[in-house]
Each structure stands twice: as C-alpha cells, then as structure tokens.
Design a protein around this ligand. Structure first.
Ligand code: SF4
Length: 459
C-alpha cells in the first residue's frame, strides 16, 4: 500500500533546556518562569546576543545580523530569552543550525537571508494594508463593515522581523522611522469607545497593538470592560503573540484574576471573548505556553486561536503546517484558525510565497485536521481585506499578478461608485517568476524610476 503524504503521530511537547546556552548556564527555573526576569533579559543588540551565545556562533553570524539591522531590518531587535531558546532547541546551536532554524528565520533575520536583486517588491509599502488610512480615530481601523481593529499600544514584548504593522510598531530602525500616535493614550481609548458606542453596525472588536501583553492589566481590564458594556459588541478578540513567546506574562496571579473577571462578565452578557495568538512553527509550541493557553480556556475564555504567517523556510510545506496545527490543537488546545500570506512590506521578498504555491499548501493540509480546526489560508489584499486564496478572480502567472474582487466597502470608499466593480491587485515575489516575468518587472522598474525622477538611472 502507498504511504499517506502525511502521517500523523502524536508528539509530546518539549521545553528546550536553556542551560545549553552559555549565557544562561546558571539561570534557575524561578527566574526562567518569571515574566519580569524574561523582560529584563531580552536581547536587544548584537552585543546582547553575543552575551547569550558567545563563541557558539562565529563572528560572521554576528556581522550578518549587524548588517541586517543597519541596512534592511524593518523591526528592531527585541527577543525574550524564551523565544531565543526555541531556536535550534535540540542541540548546542552552531551557525549551521541557527541559519536553518525556522524560528530564527522570522524572529532573528540576518542580511544574507534577504533577496539580493529584489529585497522589496516594487509595490511593497510600509503600511501595506492601509490600516492607518482607515483609522476612524487614532489607532482604530474600520476596514470591514462589522469589525474594527483597536491598536491599544504600538509595542510588543517581542519584535518579529516580518511584522505587517512595521510602519507603527516598535522602535525606529536605521531604515524605518516609525509612525507615532499623536493623541494621548487615555484620550485615544475614550475616542475609540465613543466611536463604537455611536456605530451600532460594528459587532466585533479585535483588541490588538502591538501586543495586548504590553497594556497594563488594569488598563486592559478597563478597556475591555467598557467594550462589554456596549450592546452591539458581541465578539471581542484579544491579540497576543506573547501568549506563546512570553507565556509567563499570562500566568501571573494578576493575569488570571483579570482574565477570569472579563471572561465571567463576557459569558453573563452573551459576548464571545477569545484570545488570538501567532505561532508559525511547531517548535514554538512548548509545555509552558500550552499551559498558558489551557489556563485561559479554564478561566472561561471561549477559544484560543492561532493566526500564523506563511513564510519561506519557516513553514512552507504541508508537513510543516500540519505539524504546527497538530501541536497547537493536541498539545495546547489552540485552534488553527488562519494562515496569512506574508504581506507586501519592504524587504520581505525572501519570506513571501507566490499565490499558486500557497494554493497548493491549502490543498495539502485539507482532510487531516477536523473541519473546525482546518485553517483557511488567506491573502490580505490591499484595499480589500482577507480573501481565501482560492477566491482569486484571475491570475497572470507570468507576471505574478493576481486580481481580486470584494463585496463590501472600506471606510475609504464610501463615495466611490466603482469600488465593488473593479479588481484589486496582489503580487507574487518576482524571483519566483520565470525569466519572461522577471524581465517584464525589470523593464517596469526602470520605467518607474524614469517616471518618478524625470530621467532614467541608466542615462
Ligand atoms: S507580535 Fe505582532 S504586532 Fe508585535 S511585532 Fe510581532 S507581528 Fe508585529
């Protein structure tokens, strides 16, 4: 009999031994599982990374990272020890293991990861989803008819190299000065709540950032408590990648008290309170973050769901995706919910995958997981929103341009009678096209330079 393309084997979750790394040889469990210790010992610089790995990594690796931070990075370094410890977890890491590691590839990008000819797509942009353009008040994006995104803070306990909100989130890098909120935080929150009170067509609020793990518990409780008072709000989703990167934060007494109180009120009012997290690789599901997710469920949160991002070298095979989904579901009680195609931000071409490959990945994962836990793979099309990857209207494979339609207006198009009639474009990474397509883009890029400067760079 032929073998199945994927064989399910239930896997035990493993907490990697942090004392294998020279910088943490003497760190005990009490410190390791303390959120304050984790925050205080985040790696923020190349020097800090050297303090953890020392001679385990060659100078060339540190140089590769330093060059990336100077010339390509859209996010500054901020890695809790808990995240670093997920990289090359089975061994004392060396350069080869670190370069190949899927967690390292998205949380600690280095210069040599990036594409040489097309590090960015010509249509890449800082706020590629135009979220700030759709702010109805500072930090409140109204993109879909019934849903809003509330960005409470512009910081996270960890910064991810591929962050789609790189325009706003985190510290400025040499390449990317960050947008700043201009309105005082408490005034912003009041304005958001006021908008929601007078907009009964909105029923669903994603409370995000950044990461809600950087909102003090008292403030988060006040904001979510106020949402629970608004009759039209029926779904609230708290977004925290830190649930899996800094699970210690979600396991303190204060966290448990706050979550239990909010979940109880939500249940009494018939509101669904869920937590959304962001895991991209099976090795990021550990016993401790599984404990944090299961604790939320025990405290009354309706669901913990995962929204991962598809990236080359991280999770770009059916096996990798199914391993991740089963680890989440069986190990941590987390629902695999969505995988997003990596957005068209600058310097992301080495991560991005072409649409046809992503469609094949959706096909590869069908039929193994329960239907309710089979994630949809979606493309977040600028000016459209999430579309399932098989919803594409038409697709020019030579040039790598897909065309999408939509069935609702964003807040930018209320006066546009053609918004629902036209198609919207999304672009495959150019290096994945055949020669004809790549040549077309080279000519087009040259023409774009000519148009914008009035003369060709080749003159
Ligand atoms: S946790 Fe989310 S918002 Fe924060 S840097 Fe990562 S992807 Fe961006």
């Amino acid at each position: 009999m032929s073998e199945q393309p994927y064989s399910y084997v239930r896997k035990e979750l493993v907490e990697p031994d942090w004392t294998r790394l020279s910088g943490w040889r003497d760190v005990g469990s009490a410190d390791w599982f303390d959120p304050q210790w984790q925050r205080a010992h985040c790696v923020k610089t190349v020097v800090g990374l050297r303090g953890v790995y020392g001679d385990l990594l060659p100078e060339s690796f540190y140089g590769d990272l330093a060059r990336d931070q100077a010339e390509r990075a859209t996010m500054s370094l901020l890695l809790p020890p808990y995240v670093l410890n997920m990289m090359a977890p089975e061994q004392v890491p060396d350069a080869e293991a670190m370069y190949a590691d899927p967690v390292r590839r998205h949380m600690l990008p280095v210069f040599s990861d990036r594409m040489t000819e097309w590090p960015s797509h010509p249509h890449a942009s800082r706020d590629s989803l135009h979220e700030a353009d759709m702010w109805v008040v500072d930090g409140l994006t109204h993109r879909y008819p019934t849903k809003v995104l509330a960005e409470l803070v512009a910081t996270c306990p960890q910064y991810c190299g591929h962050c789609t909100r790189m325009d706003l989130v985190g510290n400025s890098t040499p390449q990317v000065p960050k947008l700043k909120f201009t309105v005082k935080q408490s005034d912003r929150y009041d304005a958001m709540l006021d908008y929601l009170r007078r907009t009964p067509s909105v029923r669903d609020v994603v409370v995000s950032g950044g990461d809600v793990a950087n909102v003090p518990w008292r403030r988060l409780a006040d904001f979510v408590g106020a949402l629970l008072e608004i009759d039209n709000i029926r779904d609230i989703r708290l977004a925290s990648k830190a649930l899996m990167d800094l699970p210690q934060h979600w396991l303190t007494d204060e966290a448990r008290r706050t979550v239990e109180q909010l979940a109880t009120t939500a249940r009494e009012r018939g509101v669904s309170l869920a937590v959304h997290t962001h895991v991209n690789s099976a090795r990021q599901v550990t016993p401790h973050n599984a404990k944090a997710a299961r604790t939320l469920l025990e405290l009354g949160v309706r669901d913990v769901r995962n929204q991962g991002v598809l990236m080359r070298g991280v999770n770009d095979s059916g096996h990798a995706l199914l391993d991740l989904c089963f680890s989440l579901l069986d190990g941590a009680g987390v629902l695999p919910y969505y995988f997003y195609m990596c957005d068209m931000i600058p310097n992301a071409e080495h991560w991005r995958l072409p649409l046809h490959q992503v469609q094949a990945l959706q096909h590869a994962i069908m039929g193994y997981l329960p239907g309710f836990a089979t994630p949809r793979i979606v493309c977040d099309v600028p000016f459209v929103g999430k579309r399932w990857v098989h919803q594409v209207d038409s697709y020019d494979r030579t040039r790598g341009i897909s065309y999408w339609t939509k069935n609702y207006l964003t807040s930018l198009e209320r006066d546009d009678p053609y918004a629902l009639a036209r198609t919207y474009e999304y672009y495959d990474p150019i290096h994945t096209l055949d020669e004809e397509g790549q040549d077309w883009w080279r000519e087009r890029a040259a023409a774009l330079v000519t148009t914008s400067t009035g003369r060709s760079d080749h003159e």
